[in-house]
Design a protein. Structure first.
Length: 175
């Protein structure tokens, strides 16, 4: 048991580096580079960090949900599911529209906020949108998820503007 914990501790930095490597490749998606390599990066990210990147397999539900949305335009669950199906198929703009429609119908829909937040972060690299959606998810969830709180904190850290240090801003002992 202790041996397994030791191995996991040693593997954690390597796993973090692998995640960073695959995330770098996904930064190409907003510029329209959704190809075999970005798909493979997303697949590996789903294995390494499933709660954030996992995508369920496509199914015949795609057609069923699309029909349900067309016949029942007031169902936020159908729009949320349609957004998931669009995201899986690489139709990110349509996914965003579906999630936003679900939230128009039910502004307190926590799952749609979470899905839109993931879409904003992973596929559009829009960190401000992701933060807003994750925070809305937490507000509208019956129980705040500590993992999502960690995502929010991580995004705040990554979203901070880089500060340049002028020589007058250095501590006296460095000048």
């Amino acid at each position: 048991m202790q041996y397994n914990l030791l191995i996991e501790e040693q593997a954690a930095p390597l796993q973090k580096k692998a995640i960073e490597f695959y995330q770098t490749n996904t930064l190409r998606i907003p510029q329209g580079h959704y190809d075999t390599w970005t798909q493979k990066s997303l697949s590996r990210l789903a294995e390494l960090w499933p709660i954030r990147y996992a995508r369920e397999e496509q199914s015949e539900a795609d057609g069923t949900v699309t029909k349900a949305v067309l016949t029942s335009s007031g169902d936020p669950d159908a729009y949320n599911t349609l957004g998931i199906l669009h995201r899986r198929a690489g139709r990110f703009e349509q996914a965003r529209e579906a999630y936003q429609r679900a939230l128009t119908l039910r502004p307190d829909y926590a799952a749609a906020h979470l899905n839109l937040g993931i879409l904003c972060e992973v596929y559009f690299q829009d960190m401000d949108c992701a933060i807003r959606q994750y925070e809305a998810h937490q507000r509208h969830s019956s129980i705040a998820n500590p993992r999502i709180n960690a995502w929010i904190e991580d995004l705040h850290q990554r979203n901070k503007p880089q500060q340049s240090v002028a020589s007058g801003d250095l501590p006296r002992d460095i000048q």
